[in-house]
Design a protein around this ligand. Sequence first.
Ligand code: PLP
Length: 453
Amino acid sequence: HAAHALANEALWEKDRAHAVHPWTNFGPFEERGSLIFTRGEGCYLWDADGRRYFDAIGGMWCTNIGLGRREMADAIAEQALRLGYSNFFVDTGNDAAALLAAKLAELAPGDLNRVHFTTGGSTAVDTAIRMVAYYHHVRGHPEKTHVVSREASYHGSTYLTISVGKRYGDRIEEFRYKEDGIHHLSSPNLYRRPAGMDEDAFCDLLVAEFEDLIARVGADRIGGFIAEPIQASGGIVIPPAGYLKRMWEVCRRHDILFIADEVVTAFGRIGHWFASEAEFGIVPDMITTAKGLTSGYVPLGAVIFSDRIWATMAEGGHRWFSTGFTYSGHPVSCRAGLKNIEIMEREGLLARATDVGRYFEERLATLAELPLVGNVRGRKLMACVESVANRETKEPLPDEVGESKRISDACEAMGLMVRPMGHLNVMSPPLVITRDEVDFVVETLGQAIRQVT
Ligand code: PLP
């Protein structure tokens, strides 16, 4: 790819020859290489040759407060110098982790007052799922180990979490996904609901599917249900009204723990600290989070769970809670988390995400009439445009047609980064995006779509 090759030849060549990128098709990568960034500020990235791009992807759904913040860098540096590491196992801790855990307990809904820090989203979800089995075991239900998830969900990239998720593109048979004790319900995708069915009937159908599964497998074997409040990587799937609440009620009726995977939806992405209660009226048993927790400056994830689960696990206190990582409660990561929250509070970024996010929704809706565009959907600052072969029948494009990649390439040539994913172009800009920048993103994306059509 000529444009990439021009970006600082030496860096490009080293990266291409030695750096193995995640979720990459090695063949095309060999030819194309990657776009190498060397600087970021606010919503903007600069490549190694000094070209500027507006990053509407927000890194990877994570650069919420924006890049290049001096006070964040100072906080990280101060902590690294004063206490760059101390182990968090058993009976030693550090100031930053204690303060951040307490702050998260304050921000999380209900009695979700216990925080277990991990290294990112995957390790948070992995830990949460292990806790499901632990919790039920301690209560005398050792069979309650099965986990229910949904199609098109993404919960991480460890062996367990990729198996719990189910995005079709990831399911290559070489990886031999774990299937034992994992069940997948339908994705609550309104755009792809059965033809002629209204939203309420679709919701009934989804809830009935869950109840049927429980009847078939047995409530005595199902320990947990995991759901992203809005499926992110699976295509910005905003569920039908009332869906999450009803699924949550089914869980409570059957003693099934509800894990809300808020790796993407927390920390302002849709205008709240956490989306579960504020947007959807549910208080899950556990919340997993990461990404916007530090706005991507350093890695950090967390499982936030209820006092009730804590008390139950404590009853089994003679057992090892044998999970954790060298970097659990890392002081530098936790310091970044504290600074991130402080900045969001001081600058009112949640309210801003709501305000600019609604404008983003409105402006994006204007793209719905373009040829190729089947559906435009989103909630505040997470959105996508879905391309289809036929707008009337919603017929999907054949797998091999890379329309969304061609769209994102055209955007890139105009200085805009949007993420191609299957037949979608996905956006989750930093919360500091302005209305003028929203206009730029929407106009450029529209132009790119017209170019490839
Ligand atoms: N859960 C959700 C909903 C995610 O979107 C992601 C990452 O995209 C993960 C979990 C995994 O997080 P990480 O990549 O930090 O391990």
